[in-house]
Ligand binder design. Structure first.
Ligand SMILES: C[S@@+](CC[C@H](N)C(=O)[O-])C[C@H]1O[C@@H](n2cnc3c(N)ncnc32)[C@H](O)[C@@H]1O
Length: 277
């Protein structure tokens, strides 16, 4: 029985039509958190909805309602606990790695696991990788697990995410990751010219950090830049990248555009890959 079927006797037909069809579950078989969007019209029924989710998914120990968009430098949203345990720290498993995190303090999306694996599969043996905007460490840890880099550098500005990231390196017995706490703009100078590949998973504003990324790359290197765009405007994004590269006297070649996840009406999260020649 789905959680929706469990609710049929408790909600009106009209209310049933408003129930979200999907929601994220972050965590493990032992303890997980459900992250759900509840329409205003259903606010009075939110506890009933949360209980149905916990009845259906026995591992869900807390239900958090999204109460703001993703916001601020740390890219975290506000949540309201509508049922269950107020301790919302969980351990999530992905691609054979484990990540401890609390969605209330650090960005993490379980929907991006396939994309992290795609990047790990592109990494060549012996590469030095730079991951900007590393969060609790899922890109670096999956890259270390699934490929054979020499070194992974990772920069993150949110101290709470970095604390989890440090725990996660221990949990996954990582040996190749060097974590830097701080703003990419202020912390990567030591790594200029040292990286074979830079990953830029901050789709809202990655492009503003492109100069830093190009400076971190060796003479030849690869960049994976994430952005939000409508398909028809993708060429504008590429033009913008090209312009910044030209300004820095770098010759680049676009190698791949990957549609990652839907974001809004006609808007997608894309990954644009290019090589510095
Ligand atoms: C969209 S999240 C991605 C996190 C992680 N890569 C993941 O896949 O879960 C972007 C992250 O970039 C961090 N961030 C934002 N601006 C930053 C900056 N200027 N320097 C370093 N990190 C930054 C945020 O704190 C947030 O954790």
């Amino acid at each position: 029985m789905t959680y929706k079927e469990l609710l049929k006797k408790k909600l009106t037909k009209k209310e049933m039509e408003l129930i979200p069809t999907s929601f994220d579950i972050v965590g493990s078989k032992e303890k997980a958190v459900a992250l759900i969007e509840i329409p205003k019209e259903l606010e009075k029924k939110e506890k009933t909805i949360a209980k149905a989710i916990m009845q259906k998914h026995k591992n869900v120990k807390s239900v958090l309602k999204k109460s703001s968009p993703i916001k601020g430098v740390f890219r975290v949203r506000e949540y309201k606990l509508i049922a269950g345990d107020k301790n919302t720290e969980v351990t999530h498993t992905e691609s054979g790695c484990r990540f401890i995190l609390d969605p209330r303090t650090s960005y993490f999306s379980p929907r991006e696991g396939t994309e992290r694996l795609r990047i790990a599969e592109k990494v060549l043996e012996g590469e030095t990788i730079m991951v900007f905007f590393a969060g609790v460490g899922p890109f670096p840890l999956v890259i270390e697990k699934k490929s054979k880099p020499k070194l992974i550098l990772a920069v993150e500005i949110n101290p709470m995410a970095v604390d989890y990231f440090l725990d996660n390196t221990k949990l996954n017995k990582s040996k190749l990751i060097h974590i830097v706490l701080g703003d990419v703009r202020e912390t990567v100078e030591d790594f200029y010219g040292k990286c074979d590949r830079v990953v830029m998973p901050l789709p809202e504003t990655s492009i503003h950090f492109l100069e830093e990324s190009l400076k971190c790359l060796k003479k030849h290197g690869t960049c994976h830049l994430y952005c939000f765009s409508e398909e028809v405007y993708l060429h504008d994004k590429k033009d913008e990248i090209d312009k910044i590269a030209k300004h820095m006297k770098k010759k680049i070649k676009f190698t791949e555009v990957q549609k990652v996840l839907p974001y809004g009406p006609r808007i997608w999260k894309y990954r644009i890959d290019f090589e510095v020649l």
